[in-house]
Design a protein around this ligand. Structure first.
Ligand code: ADP
Length: 240
């Protein structure tokens, strides 16, 4: 097997006396979609924040392509190739769709556009199905379209690893089908993905593997079919 693209080794993070992530280790293989799942409060979002450098950690290491990234600030981690979407969308309302997508490429409002920037934005807007709304102001977009745009902005960074934080939450059945197709397309373009997700049908249809967390620790790892029938995992969800 090739070396993992991302490796978490003995990662720990406490908030005061509460250990939110407790000695968690797992590998992310190149090209896969890994589901990070578990009941509310189990430490999934904190783990994503540790990977993206939003939080510093107390112990352990995280490596990307063999190089240590833990300890780097979030902007340096992003430049090394890790992009993320947020549960609470972070778009700039009075800018257009294209301008928001360009923020992913370190575009600054007022900076002159060049053909390469425009083409790159257009490519990623097409991937997420927003190309026909490129000139609209963000405040005119529906919720699903804002989610698509958040993803386009992350993709415009051309990351090695994409972190999706409940990107499918709050979508209706039709939107969910389209969202699943988009994630699959992104993976097929060569992006490796970790997704925190509660939508079980999406986990089943998209994830190659899952890491299951409970009370800060990793309690299972394997294919969706295996982990979701694991008695420890079922019990953790029932205790929610
Ligand atoms: P999940 O994403 O699985 O729902 P979180 O990672 O958000 O879980 O939270 C794990 C635990 O850490 C929870 O008990 C939560 O209250 C706590 N926690 C998360 N972020 C903070 C924070 N910034 N300050 C204090 N406690 C936090």
């Amino acid at each position: 097997m090739t070396d993992p693209i991302l490796r978490l080794n003995g990662v720990r993070k406490a908030f005061g006396g509460l250990v939110a992530v407790n000695d968690v280790s797992f590998d992310l293989h190149r090209g896969e979609i890994l589901g990070l799942i578990g009941p509310n409060g189990s430490g999934k979002t904190t783990t994503m924040n540790l990977i993206s450098g939003a939080f510093g950690m107390d112990r352990g290491t995280i490596t990307l392509d063999g190089a240590v990234i833990s300890g780097l600030p979030a902007n340096r981690v992003a430049r090394k190739g890790i992009a993320r979407t947020f549960q609470l969308l972070r778009l700039i309302d009075d800018m257009t769709v294209t301008e928001n997508a360009a923020v992913g490429m370190a575009f600054r409002p007022g900076q002159p556009w060049n053909a390469e920037l425009v083409t790159r934005c257009q490519t990623y807007l097409e991937v997420v199905g927003l190309a026909d709304k490129a000139g609209l102001e963000v405040s005119k977009l529906t919720y699903i379209d804002q989610k698509r745009l958040e993803l386009a902005r992350a993709l415009a960074m051309e990351p090695k690893v994409l972190l999706l934080d409940e990107w499918l939450a709050g979508l209706n059945a039709t939107e969910l089908r389209s969202g699943i197709e988009i994630i699959r397309k992104v993976r097929d373009m060569g992006t490796t993905i970790i997704m925190v997700e509660h939508v079980m049908s999406a986990i089943h249809s998209l994830c190659d593997r899952c890491v299951v967390m409970n009370a800060g620790g990793k309690i299972a790892e394997g294919t969706p079919a295996t982990v979701l029938t694991d008695p420890h995992v079922v019990e953790a969800y029932l205790g929610e």
